[in-house]
Structures are given as structure tokens and as C-alpha cells.
Design a binder for this molecule. Structure first.
Ligand SMILES: [Zn+2]
Length: 244
């Protein structure tokens, strides 16, 4: 008991002597929910991250083309940043599908394990049925997952990360009412806005034509050696612009 009294008195004395310290305002980190959306052709789990609770939803997805995988570390960095900066998600929610085509990533190929181009497998007005794009829209489990996520979350904007053919620089493309956003994103990084044109049955064509949802196709340059840190440093601000 005596010891306790001495300890308490000593603590009070020290507290009295110490200069008042300002505690930095601590904002709790945002909660990240991991949700399994389904499985790929080769039975690989396809998971997405849900951060924030607001209605205003921004949907980021990467690696719909398996050999364009640098979008994955970039959006995972984005998730980490949003977790640590929850004020960026006030009234908003980010849905992050970091690996839309996991079989393609493992096989190091553009297509899924059925050799279908998932980014041509959507029910857009300009859809073409064939061996490469699928004989039916949404015939692949991976494109069906993206379709269902769009129906479920009804995002205000979609940002899909790709990489162009080797030796081509990166650029920012858009479909639908996203010209102004594309320009703002371009001014936040080193890539220009470039209108590549609507591809048959692409996610861009489908989202803009059928859902009236603007979509940015963010074509990261083919810099195979870039680390997640470098990618985030170069393109993080541009990706965050879509949240504003
Ligand atoms: Zn691509």
C-alpha cells in the first residue's frame, strides 16, 4: 500500500513538472473487409477488398489481362493508403479487385484459362461472339464476377488498370463521361490522356453504354522492374484523384 502511495505521488509530481504535450489527433484506420467473390476457371479464389462505408462507390480493378499484372501491387498500395487515411473515404467506399484474372497471372498470359479475353466478354452493344471473346457474353466465371460486383455496388466511377503492349508508353483512356477526370488524373502523373477507341464487348464499352458508368482505363507503362513503392509514388496521386 505504502509503495502504491509513493508511486501515485511520484507520478503526479512528474506529471505536474512535465511540459504540456499535445497529443496528435489520432484517426482510427479504416477497416478493410476481404470478400471472396467467387472462383476462377482453375478454382482459384477471387477476392476483393471493401474499404469505407459510404454510398459513393469507386471500383478499382487490376489484372483483367493476366500479363498486365503491375496494376495489382499498385491497387494494393492504394488499399493500404486508404486504410491509413480514412478521411479520404468520407461518405465513400472503395471496392478493390486486385487480381481479376488470377489464372492468367499464373499462366503469364492475357487470357483466362479458357483462352478467352475477359475484357471482350461483356454484354456491350458492340459485342462480338467468337472463340477469342467467348461465344456468349459473360460465359466466363471471372467476367461474371465483375458483372455481379457492378450490379451490387453500382459504382460512380470505375478505374481498370492495364498495361499496353511492350515498348509502348502508358496512357489514360476513358469511356463515357470521364474526360475531365481523365485529364485530372493525367495531370497528377506522367501519362497523357489518349483515346484508344471502344473495343468490342470490353468492360469500358459495357460500363459506358449499358450502365452509363464512366470508366477510366489506366494503362501503366510496361516497366517490368517497378516495385510497388515506385508504382505508388508515380501513380498513387492519379488513382486517388478518382476519389475526389
Ligand atoms: Zn489490357
Amino acid at each position: 500500500m505504502k509503495k502504491l502511495i509513493i508511486f501515485v505521488s511520484l507520478s503526479l509530481l512528474l506529471a505536474g513538472c512535465a511540459a504540456p504535450q499535445r497529443q496528435p489527433e489520432r484517426i482510427a484506420a479504416a477497416k478493410i473487409s476481404r470478400v471472396i467473390a467467387g472462383k476462377s476457371v482453375q478454382n482459384k479464389k477471387i477476392e476483393y477488398l471493401k474499404i469505407g462505408t459510404g454510398k459513393n462507390t469507386i471500383f478499382y480493378l487490376a489484372a483483367i489481362h493476366g500479363d498486365e499484372a503491375q496494376g495489382t501491387p499498385t491497387v494494393l498500395k492504394l488499399a493500404e493508403h486508404l486504410q491509413n487515411n480514412p478521411q479520404l473515404l468520407e461518405n465513400k467506399k472503395a471496392i478493390i479487385l486486385s487480381e481479376a484474372n488470377p489464372d492468367g497471372v499464373i499462366l503469364k498470359q492475357r487470357f483466362n484459362a479458357h483462352n478467352i479475353d475477359l475484357n471482350r466478354n461483356f454484354p456491350a452493344k458492340n459485342r462480338e461472339n467468337n472463340e477469342k471473346y467467348g461465344f456468349k457474353a459473360l460465359c466466363e466465371p471471372e467476367s461474371k464476377i465483375i458483372y455481379k460486383l457492378l450490379k451490387k455496388y453500382k459504382p460512380r466511377i470505375i478505374v481498370s488498370l492495364h498495361q499496353p503492349a511492350p515498348n509502348k508508353p502508358g496512357w489514360i483512356d476513358y469511356d463515357g463521361d470521364a474526360k475531365e477526370l481523365a485529364e485530372r488524373m493525367a495531370s497528377a502523373c506522367d501519362m497523357p490522356v489518349y483515346k484508344y477507341g471502344s473495343m468490342p464487348g470490353s468492360l469500358g464499352s459495357y460500363a459506358s453504354q449499358k450502365l452509363n458508368t464512366p470508366i477510366i482505363t489506366f494503362e501503366l507503362p510496361r516497366d517490368a522492374n517497378a516495385t510497388a513503392e515506385i508504382l505508388w509514388q508515380k501513380y498513387g496521386d492519379a488513382l486517388l484523384t478518382a476519389l475526389e
